[in-house]
Design a binder for this molecule. Structure first.
Ligand SMILES: NC(=O)c1ccc[n+]([C@@H]2O[C@H](COP(=O)([O-])OP(=O)(O)OC[C@H]3O[C@@H](n4cnc5c(N)ncnc54)[C@H](O)[C@@H]3O)[C@@H](O)[C@H]2O)c1
Ligand SMILES: [Zn+2]
Length: 409
């Protein structure tokens, strides 16, 4: 994903500026030391980004555990567009930093005060957990909300500046989840397999988008739904709709391979825009795919302003649209407000990130998707060990796969 928006960078910078300071000079890169007692080593490795486009494995002593802290052995972590953006240009000014926020692993030690996760579910050593970017004191806010009162104490693991703790991101052997004033949000997800746990964060984006779509009152069991864009976001969108029982789904993209995958994920029909010249022909193809009907609802899952302008044409009068394709600024789109919005009475909602409640719903979605046989695991097209983190980020930048992940041995 090409993230080129300055606003989001400024916001992240401001959020992070209130946090802990930069760390000291890195230790030499070395493999993890042997376990001392109880299987927990004295030292462990982090993948420290020491300069643009360069991670280095460094070994540090594991921090002493306070009564509210949790030590997690990392099993895996997805590579996000934000990581790739930071890797390429350091727009957030975080170097040196341990990135990785889509991670999951096993609790190996925890302080005596830790009893339950953010949802109130009991936790114990051996449980599998994920952290969440959303702060627990207000489940309705999305990350980087500048109106948040205590922004300086927030816990965006994987986007934290380096400090004495060192184990601040999921691209590591261990991560240190801090309790107390830090207000970390984490969830016990022991009932999900590793691939599902790695996919939680992007899936939460779609749970939120569908919740937003439902506020229009248009999305129903028998709705005809267009999903435009079949990258990970559009593909997961289709999966979420399928788990809700919606089957009349038309996937639109220009990539035949992705459209094939969209069908395996649950789309009933697909339209390749490369095969149709001009918006009239494209609209006719969508209409034909729905046996002569336009869509009741559409999800816009590309970062292309042209695609935003196009999608109104695919929707019937009184239908709905959820625009979620622009996590960052992708430029202006030109629509005709009379024809596209007013006279059609389109119900438009925007969607950005997720809230804590969406996170909990996402766990149920992932179980349901697996139960009905959707090929969710295949969204993770590349798995690299921590030693190959530079390759993992390069693969993400090359955009040759769908989801890239670091999976520890
Ligand atoms: N709302 C949020 O909180 C949120 C969160 C994450 C990502 N996003 C956004 O979602 C978008 C999609 O993410 P992704 O990871 O799936 O990206 P991606 O680049 O992998 O996929 C986009 C897909 O759209 C297709 N496409 C491009 N132009 C098109 C057009 N005119 N018509 C139809 N299809 C077209 C591409 O072929 C590609 O398959 C991104 O732009 C990202 O910014 C939003
Ligand atoms: Zn992310």
């Amino acid at each position: 994903m090409d993230m080129n928006n300055v606003n989001i960078e400024e916001i992240v910078k401001q959020v992070l500026s209130g946090m802990t300071g930069k760390g000291e000079a890195p230790a030499a890169s070395a493999p993890a030391a042997p376990a001392a007692n109880g299987g927990i080593p004295k030292t462990a490795r982090v993948a420290m980004m020491t300069e643009k486009k360069h991670f280095e494995l460094q070994e540090y002593p594991l921090p002493e555990l306070g009564d509210d802290d949790i030590l997690v052995k990392v099993e895996g972590c997805g590579v996000c567009g934000t990581d790739a953006h930071e890797y390429k240009n350091d727009p957030f000014g975080l170097i040196p930093v341990v990135l990785g926020h889509e991670g999951t692993g096993e609790i190996v030690a925890m302080g005596k005060n830790v009893k339950v996760d953010t949802a109130g579910k009991p936790v114990k050593v051996g449980d599998k957990v994920v952290t969440c970017m959303i702060f627990k004191d207000d489940p309705e806010i999305t990350m980087f909300d500048l109106n948040k009162k205590n922004v300086g104490g927030a816990d965006v693991y994987g986007l934290l500046p380096d400090d004495d703790v060192k184990f601040n991101g999921w691209f590591a052997d261990y991560i240190f989840i801090r309790g107390g004033k830090f207000g970390s949000t984490f969830f016990n997800v022991s009932d999900l397999d590793l691939d599902s746990r790695i996919l939680i964060e992007p899936c939460a984006v779609l749970i939120h988008a569908v919740e937003r779509a439902k506020t229009t009152g248009i999305l129903k069991f028998n709705s005809r739904v267009v999903v435009q864009g079949c990258g990970p976001i559009g593909l997961i969108c289709i999966a979420v709709l399928r788990t809700m029982g919606i089957e009349n789904i038309c996937a639109v993209d220009g990539n035949a391979q992705r459209l094939e995958f969209a069908k395996r994920m649950g789309a009933s029909v697909s339209v390749n825009f490369m095969e149709h010249q001009g918006i009239e022909a494209l609209t006719a193809a969508v209409e034909e795919a729905f046996d002569g009907h336009l869509a009741d609802f559409a999800f816009q899952c590309t970062g292309n302003p042209k695609a935003h302008a196009n999608i109104y044409k695919f929707i019937r009068n009184g239908g709905g649209l959820c625009e979620l394709g622009f996590f960052i600024n992708g430029g202006d789109a030109q629509i005709n407000p009379h024809f596209d919005l007013c006279s059609k009475e389109i119900n438009l909602v925007g969607s950005w990130v997720y809230n804590l409640r969406d996170y909990a719903t996402t766990f149920d979605f992932l179980k349901r998707a697996k139960a009905i046989g959707l090929p969710m695991s295949e969204l993770i097209t590349h798995k690299y060990p921590l030693e190959q983190i530079n390759e993992a980020l390069e693969t993400n930048l090359a955009m040759t796969g769908l989801k890239i992940a670091i999976v520890n041995k």
